[in-house]
Design a protein around this ligand. Structure first.
Ligand code: ZN
Ligand code: ZN
Length: 832
């Protein structure tokens, strides 16, 4: 008997697909058969960041996307399934700093390894559209798009606080400043004001929020996006500082509690803190706070800290002077970086007031809605903080009113006085896109003393990244060291000028790559609008939930901004989104420090790509996390080997007897029914949901049944034909998950290529009336009812009846003298 040898099978099919460019798809719609244009389907997995080699998360993502791409192709759709690399970024830059070698070297080596492994996994990619964001032919258009946003005023510069390492003299990304110290040298991180580039994403906050309703995305992802945008309705109220003559606007969702404001708090990052008080104590508090992660600072559990600044502001509703504090529980991310503190009606303000012995004044008392559910169940009057609705107290002329009525009245009154207005506030901030790093897309702007910021003309793009000697930052962007490159002439006045030395956040590169795939080789424009309209939007986007906020938000912003510029004809890039769960090992996230990292390469080399891919999809529902087990891999491998051996055996039998070739399938048997059941089940699992695991389970059942009936069936030409059909069907159905084995088995059984065949359709006649209830009698008396296949033969009916335990008990060793079989109805044993 021959062995299943994926190491032989897999490279052979990979060569066919590469040589014939099987998965390439043209931008010119194929008129199709019978002149009907096939539907387009853009299946896209998030582009990988090439660092080292692919990990298990990649294998899962691409196994999911590929199954879907294959399924849709064979259902007659034109499928676009491209691949590229998010090639700029920090790990390559850090590597360059350590080794002194150009980051392009390690990046390109990693891309080559990703490409090699993706090919060895047999992923059906249209390689003619491959791109990498660090190639000048790609980032030329990233720069071009930046300039279009700049022209529109959507890219601008202003001062902003950054995390800064005083030793390395460099800006740090959040992930480089864990626990408030520099990841590289351990120095405590400080906050520093630097002029930075921003995208005006806040202009799109309403649309980014409202358009979520139109998307078929997982609800939890939409919720995360909604919370990130964080739209709230309330009022902006101005508190005045008499001593400095400064107005401090605050945003509050509770203007009805204004009479309860007993102090005022600035975030440590608020630009006026040091103006109000620059004592060493305040300075060090501000520095410390700036280095801490906002999640920790905002936490309710944390003990409240702060310092009184020795100044006051005036509460506009009652003229009270209230003290100003700086405290790290207030974040600049939200509102204006300043709050009015109402300790009676806010948890955190309440804790702070208790810690600092500040007055707590109740202004809303439970009640006032006698029939409401709160009236009886609400907290006892006076239990503070109280954050519900009720009746106004201690609030001057608003006393006795319901707080929701007073809400509007107070805002109207403030507006008349010029001390406030109705306002909507967003948690979303503008997108800070400039990075003081080398390995990124250069920002195509020239600074001219006479003309200011001057865009590099389109025909001079790309502004290529110059080669430098030292990648380590020294108080400025590494690019500043490339003097010949920095010093240039102003495109506008031809006077001396210098280039922008910051590079772009890599999220900019990945905010439009899905557009470029549609027309990846276009040298004249980022895309041809007609081609783009032919493919976009992405019909199915697949990726990790860790990208649920930033990447998806930025890509949506880009798409909307480009729609407003008339450059694209749609508002949303990703119609449907699927987020995959994480693969763990021994119940824990894989990480180098835990020593539990496994590489797809090891499994592909040992078992073949088909096994690794199938196991990844069989391990559980793909949107959920799953724990990798080597035993499970072995089980899937044995199933694939069984399918291959079945096909091999049938093919051998075919070869022995020419009569079998062309034999009809004959009358339906349980195996034929099982094959049609499997077709129906796998189709529904792939079409309606991402139930790859239950689809694979159905194919396994089919193969098990084929083995159960094999010896009986191999005896006849019709039986062998039925086995051949079952094996071919299993090969056809398993193809989206195990493309090499699926192709091999299908070709052995039919002599044709499975991907050129339409997806199989179940025969409804073979799906219905599958079984009937067989009546079993002993000496004419009903003893049992057992399920039997609708087409069971007389022998089969008899066998099933004999198998009944109740009948066995009745027979009790007696001799059967006669057996009466009524086909499709009953079996009667006459016993003596
Ligand atoms: Zn440092
Ligand atoms: Zn100039």
């Amino acid at each position: 008997m021959r062995r299943y040898e994926p190491e032989q099978i897999e490279p052979r099919w990979q060569r066919v697909w590469a040589d014939e460019r099987t998965w390439e798809v043209s931008n010119a719609p194929d008129p199709g058969h019978g002149g009907i244009e096939p539907a387009k389907s853009y299946v896209l997995e998030m582009l990988p960041y090439p660092s080292g080699e692919p990990h298990m998360g990649h294998l899962k993502c691409y196994a999911i996307g590929d199954a879907l791409a294959h399924f849709r192709r064979r259902r007659g759709e034109r499928v676009l399934h491209p691949m590229g690399y998010d090639a700029f970024g920090l790990p390559a830059e850090n590597h360059a700093i350590r080794t002194g070698r150009h980051p392009r070297g390690s990046t390109d080596a990693s891309i080559a390894e990703f490409r090699r492994q993706f090919r060895s996994w047999g992923i059906s990619i249209d390689w003619s559209r491959e791109l990498a964001t660090h190639e000048p032919e790609y980032y030329r258009w990233t720069q071009w798009l930046f300039l279009r946003l700049f022209d529109q005023g959507l890219a601008y510069r202003r001062d902003a606080a950054v995390k800064w390492c005083p030793t390395d003299e460099t800006v740090l990304a959040n992930e480089q400043a864990k626990d408030g110290v520099c990841e590289r040298c351990g120095t405590p991180v400080v906050s520093k004001q630097l002029e930075q580039w921003f995208f005006r994403i806040t202009d799109y906050a309403d649309r980014l929020l409202d358009d979520l309703d139109s998307l078929e995305w997982p609800e939890h992802v939409k919720t995360m996006q909604r919370n990130w945008i964080g739209r709230s309705h309330g009022a902006e109220v101005v508190f005045h500082c008499e001593e400095l003559g400064t107005d401090y606007p605050v945003f509050t969702t509770r203007p009805d509690t204004l009479f309860g404001a007993t102090f005022f708090v600035l975030a440590p990052e608020h630009p006026d803190v040091l103006r109000l008080n620059d004592s060493p104590e305040v300075c060090s508090y501000v520095e410390r706070a700036a280095a801490e992660p906002p999640e920790q600072r905002g936490s309710e559990l944390r003990e409240k800290t702060g310092i009184a600044l020795g100044r006051t502001v005036t509460n506009p509703v009652n003229g009270e002077e209230i003290p100003i504090y700086v405290a790290d529980y207030v974040l600049t991310e939200y509102g204006t970086g300043a709050i009015m503190a109402v300790p009676a009606h806010d948890e955190r303000d309440h804790e702070f007031a208790q810690a600092f012995e500040l007055p707590i004044r109740e202004v809303v008392r439970p009640g006032g809605d006698e029939d409401g559910p709160d009236a009886a169940a609400g907290p006892a009057p006076g239990a503070l903080p109280y954050t519900g609705d009720g009746v106004m107290v201690n609030s001057g002329r608003f006393d006795g009113e319901h707080n929701l009525i007073a809400f509007d009245a107070i805002v109207d009154w403030l507006a008349e006085e010029g001390r406030g207005r109705r306002a909507v506030n967003f948690r979303l901030r503008d997108w800070l896109l400039s990075r003081q790093r080398y390995w990124g897309c250069p920002i195509p702007i020239v600074h001219c003393e006479r003309c200011g910021l001057v865009p590099v003309p389109d025909d001079q793009l790309p502004v290529e990244l110059p080669d430098i000697q030292d990648y380590a930052p020294k108080g400025r962007s590494p690019l500043a060291a490339a003097t010949d490159w920095v010093e240039t002439t102003c495109p506008s006045c031809s006077g001396p000028a210098h280039r922008e030395t910051d590079t772009m956040d890599t999220f900019v590169d990945s905010s439009w790559y899905f557009l470029r795939y549609c027309d990846a080789r276009n040298a004249e424009a980022p895309w041809d609008p007609e081609v783009l309209d032919g493919w976009m939007a992405v019909d199915q986007y697949i990726g990790g939930v860790e990208h649920a906020i930033l990447h998806l938000m930025y890509a949506r912003f880009f798409t909307k901004a480009l729609a407003d510029l008339g450059l694209v004809g749609f508002e949303e890039p990703f119609a449907r989104l699927f987020t995959q769960g994480m693969i763990t090992r021994d119940g824990a996230k894989m990480s180098k420090s835990r020593g539990n990292v496994i590489s797809p390469r090891d499994y592909v080399e040992r078992y073949g790509a088909d096994t690794a891919r199938c196991y990844m999809l069989y391990i559980g529902p793909p949107d959920q996390g799953a724990d990798w087990s080597d035993e499970g891999v072995g089980g899937i491998h044995r199933f694939l080997a069984r399918l291959w051996r079945l096909a091999d055996e049938v093919a051998e039998r075919d070869g022995e007897d020419a009569a079998i070739e062309g034999a009809g399938l004959g009358r339906p048997t349980p195996l034929l029914r099982k094959a049609h059941w499997a077709i129906d089940k796998v189709t529904a699992d792939l079409r309606d949901r991402f139930a790859f695991n239950t689809a694979l389970a159905a194919i396994i059942e089919l193969v098990n049944d084929a083995y159960r009936y094999k010896d009986d069936l191999l005896g006849s030409a019709e039986g062998t034909a039925q086995l051949r059909f079952a094996a071919a069907t299993a090969g056809s159905l398993v193809f989206p998950f195990a493309p090499h084995l699926g192709s091999e088995v299908y070709e052995l059984m039919t002599g044709t290529r499975v991907w050129e065949q339409p997806w199989p359709e179940a025969d409804p006649a073979l799906l219905s009336a599958e079984t009937f209830e067989l009546i079993v009698q002993v000496n004419g008396k009903l003893r049992d009812r057992v399920p039997a296949p609708a087409d069971a033969s007389d022998d089969e009916q008899e066998r099933l009846a004999l198998g009944s335990e109740k009948v066995a008990a009745q027979l009790n060793g007696g001799e059967i003298v006669k057996t009466v079989v009524v086909p499709g109805k009953l079996v009667n044993f006459v016993v003596r």
